[in-house]
Design a protein around this ligand. Structure first.
Ligand SMILES: C[S@@+](CC[C@H](N)C(=O)[O-])C[C@H]1O[C@@H](n2cnc3c(N)ncnc32)[C@H](O)[C@@H]1O
Length: 306
């Protein structure tokens, strides 16, 4: 469907008789355009709900209380502005609102980092049980941390964990620091600028967890427009998507304690990883709320260091 300007959207939205009605109208507008969902929500109804509540600055917990209230004119204006950017520029909603939810927790997000969406959220919510069995307080590394979501949520769910979060991107780490402060976890999280393990020499972890870049170049060309707003270095990897995963597989053993484990999301290159490492006994994790392409390995089962 053709582009739509903010004034026309406002004219449509202004007839909403309640906040609930506004949500429905926004959902209908979203649905009429060929948008991609997958940056925090997976359908127009949830996206409309998130968009309206962020624009009106209403907490989700207050949804019931305000559902029948009449939206104010400046609120409708804000909704129309966000909706216009979402539809016309295909900007993923979290980049418009500045908020991303991950493992039930809020995070600051902007174009400095990938929008959090890894199924690893479901694993950390259960403390990586039953696989992580540290002796004492767990030492964790979130490699390729982006806005910090996996490492920070891990520290939030596991109250005795000490977590290093590492990334090559100084700007992503600036955002990650904001999120560490948001969750008041400065005393248990260290933020480290590092090209993979380069700045981590001598450190030893019970768990290394990572959602690294793994999208092959050919796949990048086919991604929906929404992905074009995310940093290329957060998505694409050389060698048909394998370049970073390869190094993590080959270098992790030096940084894991004897009973340590490695958890890595590899998404669409799962089969390529299995093929290249056909003697490595990967455990491919299953997720109740959906998601796949995440493997787990014990240190002893890692491929030869390289
Ligand atoms: C897929 S994003 C994941 C971000 C975050 N972990 C998440 O799940 O939302 C991958 C991240 O890897 C970082 N990265 C890319 N190459 C890297 C490297 N050589 N060393 C460390 N981090 C790297 C990117 O800057 C980006 O933040």
């Amino acid at each position: 469907m053709a582009e739509v300007d903010t004034a026309s959207l406002k004219a449509i939205l202004v007839s909403s008789t309640s906040i609930g009605h506004l949500v429905q109208t926004v959902a209908r507008e979203l649905d009429q355009h060929d948008l991609f969902y997958g940056h925090g929500t997976d359908n127009p109804d949830d996206e409309a709900y998130s968009l309206v509540f962020a624009a009106l600055d209403i907490a989700f917990d207050d949804a019931e209380a305000c559902w029948d209230q009449l939206p104010e004119a400046d609120g409708i204006e804000k909704v129309a502005g966000l909706l216009s950017q979402r539809i016309n520029e295909r900007v993923p909603l979290p980049y418009l609102t500045g908020i991303a939810w991950f493992a039930g927790l809020p995070f600051h997000i902007d174009r400095r980092a990938l929008i959090p969406r890894s199924p690893i959220a479901q694993l950390l919510e259960q403390g990586y049980s039953p696989w992580l069995q540290p002796q004492g307080a767990p030492r964790v590394l979130d490699m390729c941390t982006g806005n910090g979501c996996i490492g920070i949520a891990t520290a939030a769910y596991m109250e005795d964990a000490k977590v290093d979060i590492a990334d090559i991107s100084a700007s992503a780490l600036a955002l990650a620091r904001e999120n560490v402060a948001l969750h008041e976890l400065e005393d248990r999280i260290e933020v480290i600028e590092s090209d993979l393990f380069g700045a981590l020499q001598g450190r030893q972890y019970d768990l290394i967890v990572s959602n690294p870049p793994y999208v092959p170049h050919d796949s990048m060309l086919k991604l929906p427009s929404e992905y074009s707003h995310e940093p290329v270095m957060a998505l694409e990897a050389d060698d048909e998507g394998m370049a970073i995963v390869d190094k993590i597989l080959r270098q992790s053993s030096r940084f894991l304690k004897e009973n340590g484990i490695l958890v890595v999301e590899v998404g669409e290159i799962q089969q390529a990883v299995e093929k290249r490492y056909n003697e490595t006994p990967f455990t491919w994790l299953e997720f109740e709320r959906g998601g796949e392409g995440v493997f787990l390995l014990n240190r002893a089962d890692l491929p030869e260091p390289g």
